[in-house]
Design a protein around this ligand. Sequence first.
Ligand SMILES: Cc1ncc(COP(=O)(O)O)c(C=O)c1O
Length: 382
Amino acid sequence: MRTNNRIDKIKEYHFKNLDIIKNQVISTGIDVVDLSIGDSNIPVDNRIIEALKNSFLKDGFNKYPPYEGINELKEAVIKYYKSRYDVELDLDEVVILIGSKEGINNIIPAICDIGEYIIAPNPGYPVYATSASLWGCNTYKVDLYEEDGFLPRMEDISDEMKKAAKLFFINYPNNPTGAIANEKFYKEIIEFCKNNEILLCNDGAYNEIVQGDTKTSSILQFDKEKTSIEFGSLSKPYNMTGFRIGYAVGNKEAIRALAKIKSNVDSGQFKPIQYAAIEALSLGEEYLSQIQKIYSERREIAEKVLKEKNIEFFETTGAFYILAKTPKGYTTKEFCEELLRKHGVAVAQGGIFGTVTEGYFRIALTQDKERIYEGLNRLDRY
Ligand SMILES: Cc1ncc(COP(=O)(O)O)c(C=O)c1O
């Protein structure tokens, strides 16, 4: 069988391989505390489930949905942006996605020609670069440093790359560091991309996942001309990772190009999931602050245990991750494998997000605080 030669250059998705090892360890009777993938144990709110159930058997539920999403859901996204961020959007500035991962992948051929460049952060969500490779594009990695709060240094981007790049992915609140961006940074990067005719894409999958006094924000609050786009996801705030629904909002032309790709390669998401998403977006601030409180408590307990064990980590209040330094005397791979196989704690190796985080591991706060406490206490053995 002769496959596309780009397939050989990309690796199998890390978490798919990790699942196999986790299941092997579980089958030997070890109690595994899974703090690896960003898939929370918080149950889906009943109101979302009810909306899903009630929309089954509605007229046309089994028919092809509109390619760009049902208008009611687009309206719900518009309402949410207005109430949450005071950002006004029109219907043609919104497209519904089958999860934000789908949109991140499809925006690349919508904007870039074969052989062109995207800019992606190092460390970052691996999908930016793998999707670029799959579409025959190249990725220029911009390193993020802990001392800068993991924000990119725009001066690191060469004049040549400023001309060559067509897309710039950023992601705040950030996976894997938990870093959050501020208004000054957003304004600076919006200006940078505008001046260089680069489409800025903020991956806002964790926009609602912040702790303490940190306020949730959208890049469109700082981009009045809407030169950029933002991806949103219902996976993390509404615990709908398996329901697969997200959206892209912002620059009209980019949204139109993305929607054009989508209408040719998929036919939209199952309508009942779209109705469930409408209900989710209507849950409002009370629901979201409960979710934020749960992650605050989890972060607090995790940080306390890490400090007791003298494990260094990046202190932040964004997303539901903690980026911690690998204990001395181990490579991260050795450490993570031993931690899982011998002590039953699954975490993610920093290297899967980029070279900058090779000496780190990522803890996902996706289990109850008691389980996080139990799992991180097993670090005693280091
Ligand atoms: C930074 C980032 N962006 C996007 C996604 C994809 O989310 P979705 O479930 O909406 O496809 C993830 C999932 O983990 C993520 O970490």
